[in-house]
Design a protein around this ligand. Sequence first.
Ligand code: SAM
Length: 439
Amino acid sequence: MFYPKSPFIKNQLVESQLFSRNPSGINTLLEWMCRTPSTTTYRINPLLSSITDFSAKLQAILSTKYKNTPKIFSINGIPEVICISKLDEVPKLPSKDLKEVMVDSSCGAAVLRGAHIFAPGVLSMQSGTKLGEMVNVFVDLEGKCKKGTSIVFESEQKVFIGTGEVKMQRYQLYGENIANHGIAIEMLSNISGVPSIGDLSSKDALLQNFPSIVCVRVLDPQPNELILDMCAAPGNKTTHIVELMGDTGTVIALDKTENKVDLIRQKIEINGIKSIKAFAFDSTKLLHESINDSKLDNPPFGPCKFDRILLDAPCSAIGNRPLLSSNITPKMLKSYPNVQKKLLRNAVGLLKKNGVLVYSTCSVTEDENEGMVKWVLEQFPEMILIEAVPIFGGPGIKEAGGLTEEQRHLVQRFGPTEYNRGVPVDSIGFFIAKFVKIS
Ligand code: SAM
C-alpha cells in the first residue's frame, strides 16, 4: 500500500520530541500516521434508529456501488457501533486517458477516508472538463498548486488518490458565483480502499472515529446524572453521552468558540434533545470557589458540582490519520500541555467526591498524554487513576511521562496495531485516561 513520505521527516526536532520512546520505532509510527485507517465506523443513535435498520441502509448503498461489497461488522461490548471494512481491490495508478483534478491535503485526507470532494477543496481542474466526465484526482502535498489552475499541475509532490465523476464545472468552482458548498467530484474509488460512500451521517447515525466512541463508553454516564463536557464542540461526544443516558439528567456542554457552540445547538434541535445546556465559555476559567449556585444556570460554576466530567482536550491532533502534511513546530507542540493543565485543574475542582473524570486527546505525543496523567497524580492527591474500561486500545508507552508499569496499563493508547488489544478496528491515534476523586 502506497503512503506519502512523512510530513515530520523534515523536522528532526519535532520528531525527536514526539517519538523518542515509541515501541514500534520512529519509522513504523511515521508510516502509520501517513496511512489511512482501514475501518469506517458509524455510531447509531439508539433513541431514533437501530443497528438492523442502519446496516440494511448501508448494505443497499454498498451493493449498488461495488460488486464485491465490503464487510459490515459490529463490536462486542459497544452495541451502538457499526464498522465497514475496506475493499479488496483498489486502483493504484491514474488512467492515462482521464483529465486531472488537484485537491489540497486536508481534502485529500478526507477522500482517502471515503469522502466525496466538496467545492472548496478543488485546487485545479483542467479546462474543458465536462459534467459527468471521469477524472483522476491528485493531492498537492506541498501546497503549491494555485486555486483555479486550468492545466496539468507538474510537481514531484503530487500523489494520485483516486478517480471520480465531475459534478461541477470550472465556472461553478472559480467563477464570480462560486459554489462554497456541494459535491464537486463524486468519488468512485480511492487508493486506500475505504469505500467512497461519503458521509452518511444523519440523526440516526454519525460517522465517528472508533476511539471517540470508546471514550464516552469509558466515561460511562448514568441516567439522571449531572455531566460536564468541558470542550464539547461540535458535540459528537456530547450527543453520545445523552444517548447513553436516555436523554435524562443534565449535560452541560461548553466550548470557547461561539460559532462552534452553534454546531452543538444545531444537533440539539435536529435530534430533539432535552437534556443538553450549551454555552460558549472558556473552560480554563470555569471554576469559581465563591459561587454556590445549585441551579447551574450559567457558567462559571462553584466547586464539587458534577458527577462526571469529560475533558476531550484541545490538542496537537497529530493522531488524525492520514496526516498528509503538517506545519506543526516544537513551539506549537509545547503550548498544548499548558492549556491542558489549566483545564485539568478546573475539572478536578468541579468534580464531586467520588466523581469521575475522563481525559482524552487525539494526539500521540507523550507530553499531552502520559505526561498529563502523571501531572494530575502529582498535583492532586485526591485523584486516583482507574482502569479506562472498556479497553480496546493498547497500554501507555513504557516509561513515558514517568508512569509506573501498573499505571501505564490503566490508560488506553490507540496507535499502530501491534499494540492494540485484539480489536479489528484500524483507527486514528487517541489517548484515554480515567480518574476518580476520592475526597
Ligand atoms: N469533544 C468534541 C467532540 O467530540 O465533538 C471535540 C472537542 S475538540 C478535541 C477540542 C475543542 O476544545 C475545540 O472545539 C475547541 O474549540 C475547544 N477549546 C479549546 N480551548 C478551550 C477552552 N479554553 N475552553 C473551552 N473549549 C476550548
